[in-house]
Design a protein around this ligand. Structure first.
Ligand code: ADP
Ligand code: MG
Length: 238
């Protein structure tokens, strides 16, 4: 595990500046929720962290290692997407182990990690099934399992629950919270849902138009919003 340091990251697509100097320190083992309206730059920031896109300027450190120019596969972070993108023709077990196999890991170690992750996520009984035989919540657990087996230094989650219905979303929030308590892996979790942010975060980072409005723990943000935008978004009285 490791902390993450983001220093003054800027990103432009042509003339559109999507990130306007984003800086954040995430402590080792912390669960930070990045929240803001659609289009404010959340996914762009996460993709840059994962190495799936390049910053126009700025620096990223994972642990003590500067990774700004390191390829995605060598960054030791695992991303969980909104669209789980499971391979339909592979079993749950093979979906979970696929990334490890691609890295050349031996069969026994892959099996060990997949079993351990399946046990943690309570999908052991589903290991031989194919994705289409699973419910939405089960698929999302498998997608989490695929990230866990990598034993990464950090998880990056981009709206992982937004395809689930409201009831299941509430349930999965609690599951992800429990998983975090258990594994203690540094996590940056992106959502546009303020309730998710308020219930899941150690600290919330609230964004608007590519700029951070406030960084605070949920209680502080609710009691002392930095401005009217934060107050309105979080739904606090002040
Ligand atoms: P969020 O995840 O907060 O909804 P995004 O990071 O996806 O926001 O997008 C932020 C802004 O950047 C949006 O205006 C979006 O249209 C724009 N954008 C994202 N990716 C690209 C791209 N590859 N090319 C051009 N514009 C993009
Ligand atoms: Mg997004």
């Amino acid at each position: 595990m490791a902390g993450i340091r983001i220093e003054n990251v800027r990103k432009s697509f042509g003339v559109l500046e999507v990130l306007k100097g984003f800086s954040l320190d995430v402590a080792d083992g912390e669960f930070v929720v990045l929240v803001g309206p659609s289009g404010c730059g959340k996914s762009t920031m996460l993709k840059i962290l994962a190495g799936l896109d390049d910053a126009t300027s700025g620096q990223i450190l994972i642990g003590d290692r500067e990774v700004t120019d390191v390829a995605p596969g060598d960054r030791d972070v695992a991303m969980v997407f909104q669209n789980y993108a499971l391979y339909p023709h592979l079993t749950v077990a093979r979906n979970m182990g696929f990334g490890l196999k691609m890295r050349g890991m031996g069969r026994a170690e892959i099996d060990r990690r997949v079993r351990e992750a399946a046990r943690i996520l309570d999908v052991e009984h589903l290991l031989d099934r194919r994705p289409k035989q699973l419910s939405g919540g089960q698929r999302q657990r498998v997608a989490l399992g695929r990230a866990i087996v990598r034993e990464p230094q950090a998880f990056l989650m981009d709206e992982p629950l937004s395809n689930l219905d409201a009831k299941l979303r509430v349930h999965m929030r609690a599951e992800i919270g429990a998983l975090h308590k258990r594994l203690g892996v540094t996590t940056i979790y992106v959502t546009h849902d303020q309730i998710e942010a308020m219930t899941m975060a150690d600290r919330i980072v609230i964004m608007r138009d590519g700029a951070i409005q406030q960084i605070a723990d949920p209680d502080t943000m609710f009691q002392h919003p930095a401005n009217l935008f934060v107050a309105g978004f979080i739904g606090s009285p002040g």
